[in-house]
Design a protein around this ligand. Structure first.
Ligand code: ZN
Length: 470
C-alpha cells in the first residue's frame, strides 16, 4: 500500500469492523443464542452443539459490552499507528511514537472500563485473550519466574565460555536456509498440500481455514540467523491450525484455544523439540547436505550447544529460552503501570532501561531495540504479550505428559519419527479447537492447572547440563 493509502485504509477497516461488531452484538443474535441454549440443554458439554453455543455466548457477552464506536476507533487508530511506528523505529525516536502510544493506552483503558473488571483494569484485557487469567495470577507467575531465573542467569553468566556458538556466524546464502527450513517443517508434519512458506520481514502464520494455512520466515547472511527456528516456530502454529477438525470449520470453535495455547504449540516445536540434541542428531547430516563446508568441524553435539547459548539481549524475538520470559515480564509490568496510571508514556524508555538492567543485566537499549522493537503497541489494546509466557509454561507442562505417554520420544525424534508427537498433539490439543479455555484444556491433559513448575524444571535441567552447573 502506498503511504497515501493509510487514511483510506483506516476508514475502510474501521467501517468493516463497526458493521461486523454491530451485526454480531445485535439483539437478534442474543435471542438466537438464548433459543440455541434451550435446544442444547442436556447435551454433553464437549459436544459440538453445546460447545458452539457456550463459546459463542462467551464471545457475545464480551463483545456486547463494547460500544461500536470504540471498536471502530480501535480499527482506525491501529491503521494510523502502524506507519508511524515503522518510522519511529527507523529513526529511533520514541517522541515520534509517544502520541500514538498515548492513544493505545487511552483506548485500552476505555476497553477495560467497558468490559468491566473486579479488581484491576488489566484483568479485563488479559482475560479477553486468555480467558480465566487475572493480573494477580500473572504477577504471581512472574514473581516465581523472576525468583528462579534471575539468579540462575547469574550462574550461567559466570560460565559463559562453556558454550561456543561461533559456528552460527559463518556466512551462508539465503537459498540453502530456505530449502533446509522447508525440508525440516515438512518432515515435522506441516502439510504443503494445505499450506505454503514465503518470506517476510517479521515471520508469522495466518490461516484462512484448515485447507489454507500459510507461514512466512526470514533469512539472514549467516549460517543460522534464525531462519530454521522461525520456520519451525511458525509451523507449530500452522500444524495447530491444520489439526483443528474440519467439522469446526467456519464456526467460532475453529482456531486455537487462545494465543497462549497457540504459542505453546509453536514454542514446543521450536524449543523443546527443535533445540534438543536428538533433533540435531537427526538433522545434522541433512543440514550438511544443504550448507556444505559452512558446517566443517561441527557435529550434532556442537551444533546443539551453539543453538542453546544463553545471551541476554535487547531483542525479545531472538531471546534464548532462559531469558525470554524476562522480556515478556518487562512489557507486561510496563503495560499494567501505564493502565493503572503509575507510569507516563513519556517515561516508558527510562523505565524500560531500568528493568533491562535489573532483569537482564544490560546497559540501556537504543529505543529502536527497546520499547519500539515490537509491533504490539500499535494495537490499541494492551495485554497481548502475556500469551508468550503462557505459551512457554504450557509447552513444558504438556511435554511432561507427552513424555509419560511416549517414553521413547527422544529415540523417535533422533530417528526422524515426528508422527507420534504430532498425533498426540492432534488428539489432545488440536482436536478441541476453541471448545475449552486454556486452563480447562491444560488441566484435562495434565491433571493440573497451568503452572510454572514444569517449565522451570525443564530449563534448569537442560541449561545446568549445558553450562556445567551443579
Ligand atoms: Zn508465535
Amino acid at each position: 500500500m502506498p503511504q497515501g493509502g493509510v487514511a483510506d485504509r483506516a476508514n475502510q477497516v474501521s467501517t468493516l469492523r463497526r458493521i461486523g461488531h454491530q451485526r454480531f452484538t445485535s439483539e437478534v443474535v442474543g435471542r438466537l443464542l438464548e433459543a440455541a441454549a434451550d435446544e442444547v440443554a442436556g447435551r454433553e458439554p464437549d459436544s459440538f452443539e453445546a460447545s458452539l453455543v457456550r463459546v459463542t455466548r462467551r464471545d457475545y457477552d464480551d463483545m456486547v459490552k463494547l460500544p461500536a464506536g470504540l471498536v471502530a476507533r480501535q480499527a482506525r487508530e491501529e491503521t494510523i499507528s502502524h506507519p508511524i511506528w515503522v518510522e519511529a523505529k527507523r529513526l529511533g525516536d520514541w517522541a515520534l511514537f509517544e502520541p500514538r502510544m498515548a492513544v493505545t493506552v487511552e483506548l485500552a483503558r476505555q476497553t477495560a472500563e467497558a468490559l468491566g473488571y473486579q479488581d484491576r483494569p488489566y484483568d479485563a484485557l488479559i482475560g479477553l485473550s486468555e480467558p480465566g487469567l487475572t493480573t494477580a495470577r500473572m504477577e504471581a507467575l512472574f514473581s516465581q519466574l523472576k525468583a528462579e531465573i534471575v539468579p540462575f542467569l547469574g550462574a550461567v553468566a559466570e560460565r559463559a565460555d562453556r558454550v561456543d556458538d561461533s559456528v552460527l556466524s559463518r556466512p551462508c546464502a539465503a537459498g540453502p536456509q530456505l530449502a533446509f527450513s522447508l525440508e525440516v517443517i515438512q518432515e515435522l508434519g506441516y502439510e504443503l498440500e494445505r499450506g505454503r512458506q514465503d518470506l517476510s520481514a517479521h515471520p508469522f502464520c495466518t490461516a484462512f481455514g484448515p485447507g489454507d494455512v500459510r507461514l512466512t520466515t526470514r533469512t539472514g547472511k549467516t549460517l543460522f540467523d534464525s531462519c530454521v527456528f522461525s520456520s519451525i516456530h511458525e509451523s507449530g502454529h500452522g500444524m495447530y491450525y491444520q489439526g483443528v477438525p474440519r467439522a469446526l470449520d467456519r464456526t467460532p470453535l475453529w482456531g486455537g484455544a487462545s494465543p497462549g495455547v497457540h504459542e505453546s504449540q509453536s514454542r514446543l516445536w521450536e524449543n523443546l523439540v527443535g533445540r534438543s540434541l536428538p533433533f540435531w542428531r537427526h538433522f545434522m547430516e541433512p543440514m550438511r547436505a544443504h550448507f556444505g563446508s559452512a558446517l566443517d568441524g561441527c557435529d550434532a553435539e556442537g551444533f546443539y550447544r551453539a543453538v542453546n547459548r544463553v545471551q541476554p539481549s535487547y531483542s525479545r524475538v531472538d531471546a534464548d529460552e532462559v531469558t525470554y520470559n524476562l522480556h515478556v515480564m518487562l512489557r507486561c509490568e510496563i503495560e499494567n503501570d501505564l493502565l493503572e496510571g503509575r507510569l507516563a508514556v513519556a517515561d516508558v524508555p527510562e523505565v524500560w532501561n531500568a528493568k533491562l538492567q535489573e532483569y537482564l543485566g544490560l546497559a540501556p537499549a537504543p529505543v529502536a531495540n527497546g520499547p519500539l522493537q515490537d509491533i504490539h503497541w500499535t494495537f490499541p489494546s494492551l495485554g497481548s504479550f502475556i500469551g508468550y509466557t503462557m505459551g512457554n509454561l504450557i509447552s513444558a507442562q504438556l511435554m511432561e505428559t507427552v513424555r509419560r505417554d511416549l517414553p521413547d520420544l527422544d529415540a523417535r525424534v533422533e530417528a526422524g519419527d515426528f508422527a507420534a508427537l504430532l498425533g498426540w498433539l492432534r488428539a489432545n490439543v488440536h482436536s478441541h479447537g476453541r471448545k475449552l479455555t486454556p486452563n480447562e484444556l491444560v488441566e484435562r491433559i495434565t491433571g493440573k492447572p497451568i503452572q510454572p513448575g514444569p517449565w522451570v524444571a525443564y530449563v534448569r535441567r537442560k541449561y545446568s547440563e549445558l553450562y556445567g552447573i551443579d
